[in-house]
Design a protein. Sequence first.
Length: 451
Amino acid sequence: MSWLTALLVLVVVAAALLRWRRPAWYWMTFGVTLAVLRVSVRYASVMDACGLTVPPSRWRLTLARVTNRPVPDSRPPRILRVRPTRTGLVLRLKLRPGQDAFDISAASDRLRHSFGMYGVISRELRSGVVEVRMTGYDVLKRVQMPAKVDRRPMRVPVALREDGAVHYRDYREMPHGLTVGATKSGKSVYQRNLVAELASQDVALVGIDCKQGVELFPLARRFSALADNPESAAALLDALVSRMEGVYQLIRAEQRITADVSDAEIAADIWDLPDDLRPTPIVLLVDEVAELALFATKDEERRRDRIITALARLAQLGRAAGIYMEICGQRFGSELGRGITMLRAQLTGRTAHRVNDESSANMAFGDIAPDAVLAAIQIPTGMPGLAVTGDSSAGWARIRTPHITLRQAVNTCNRHADRTPDLPELAAFRPMLPHLTAVPAPAVETAPAAT
């Protein structure tokens, strides 16, 4: 009997050690089994305590009265499926008549405590069916992206959501994005992840980095055009606008609106064109937008108006021409001058890292997802890369970008440097870099022969 006790103590110690040092391993070995048991045993009582049950229907009461049986109990939502994942559990629930998806969402915090989970998030899949995603541990404390992710053209994984799902940046769904955050909040790491993921795709990268190029120029081998000051940025944006107009002329020439062509084949953007005619899509990354909007003299004011006008035109018209934008900055408010709020309104995807004040969070989410403002200002200082993301659908979620060093991003860009397209309209802004040379192997010195 002593060896059984020793084995039990060893298992308990191992579980406690894993839960402390490796929560992901603990979840896969012990946590998922315990969580399934807790949900199975406590489900009916927890739903009743949380007010998520409905009283018996009239026909059930009538049947019980006719057959002289006890009054039936209230019924909770029916479990359609329980699916364990690498980070938690996913429950698919069928709502009873009279229940609403908001009832489940409002009780998320109570469900989290009752089932002993780290987090609970719910969303409506279709009418009467709700998916409840429960996480067993803090997946954002130490971000580990899954080995298999769903990469597609113009769709790249950039972060991990708080429910354990992968957060993707899909440019065809949300063409333009805005990223705000204070210094050392994780904006640069988020941008590096974007560049590193896009480097392996057939896309042209164009960058504007007015901090003398310290962020984007190390990645220059994968960029088709780069600007490191407001003057060259204005010329680069004018060239992009000219390219956009040329692409629209190509689409007009290839629209194929004759009577014998079906509606599905009529071209309205570059993705409707044949592969041999489709222009290369472009992702424009602006590292610090405030440097483009600030001015001190009349000449700088005229240049600033020219830059903001070009950015607004690209945001309004660039999607169909295959030009997508990623704009980063510490603040993005009306104090930056005319046209800023109009430009911000065109940026559908919003990501806010740690900010210094509530007004900065309001600039990102105040007009699309007010509930996300409170979450954005509660991001702690000691978790760089943690952010809140949202879009115009009023949905939002917490995410955290996996840490990638500048060296890793540079190596990725150098490895895919052969994918960098040459765009004639942007040839004047192509960074001139020396060719990569192979590092010779160190010489092997032999020890002198013994005399």
